[in-house]
Design a protein around this ligand. Structure first.
Ligand code: GAR
Length: 206
């Protein structure tokens, strides 16, 4: 069964690119990226979508009166495109309301740490890696998880550990976590879900 996938982005879109590359190698478990939805008009991720021939659209929080209206606009766009699976790949707005109910267990997110470390409100992008360096952890990584009402609190699907090196800056650590973890486990999780191999608790079935 082919699953229609939407990827939600806000920035550079390297995780989107990893998904596009996996799709081109037929490694998304039958899933097809049908829509790239950005919260920012200037996100480079939209250029990546265009180059790959995937429809893109912009839904920006500041164009809506409140978060409910913003979330409903996203929900409408997803339903219009008959999306089955929503992938947050560097999407910097928090989803809430009816959207989360309608797409329960069908929204996943990639987070650049080993949850439950360095996650929750305020932990995004380089801030996550700065926090890991400040704490002095020797190992960090990335997590793919289901999205629910708790920021970064949904059931965990996949994780991968990455070594922290003595001279790391937030930027070098971010790059290593992306290369060694995010760009691998995100396409892998999408593929497993599209093949029906992940249950609602995030467990991988045979
Ligand atoms: C990625 O590192 C992703 O894990 C992180 O933002 C970056 C987006 O990069 N997401 C979060 O911090 C969410 N809490 P990309 O646009 O190049 O994929």
């Amino acid at each position: 069964m082919v699953k229609n996938i939407a990827v939600l982005v806000s920035g550079g879109g390297t995780n989107l690119q990893a998904l596009i590359n996996a799709q081109q190698r037929n490694e998304l478990g039958g899933g097809e990226i049908r829509l790239v939805l950005s919260s920012r008009a200037d996100a480079y991720a939209l250029v990546r979508a265009e180059k790959a021939g995937i429809p893109g659209c912009v839904i920006s929080r500041k164009e809506y009166a409140d978060t409910a209206a913003f979330n409903d606009a996203i929900l409408n766009r997803l339903q219009q495109a008959e999306i089955d699976l929503v992938v947050l790949a560097g999407f910097m707005s928090i989803l809430s309301g009816r959207l989360l109910q309608v797409y329960r267990n069908r929204i996943i997110n990639v987070h650049p740490s080993l949850i439950p470390a360095f996650c929750g409100d305020g932990y995004y992008g380089l801030r996550v890696h700065q926090a890991a360096l400040d704490y002095g952890v020797k190992v960090t990584g990335a997590t793919v998880h289901f999205v629910n009402e708790i920021t970064d609190g949904g059931r965990i699907i996949l994780q991968k550990a990455v070594e922290v090196l003595p001279d790391d800056t937030p930027e070098t650590l971010q790059r290593r976590v992306m290369e060694q973890a995010e760009w691998k486990i995100l396409p892998m999780a999408v593929s497993l879900i599209c093949q029906g191999k992940i249950d609602e608790n995030g467990r991988v079935s045979k």
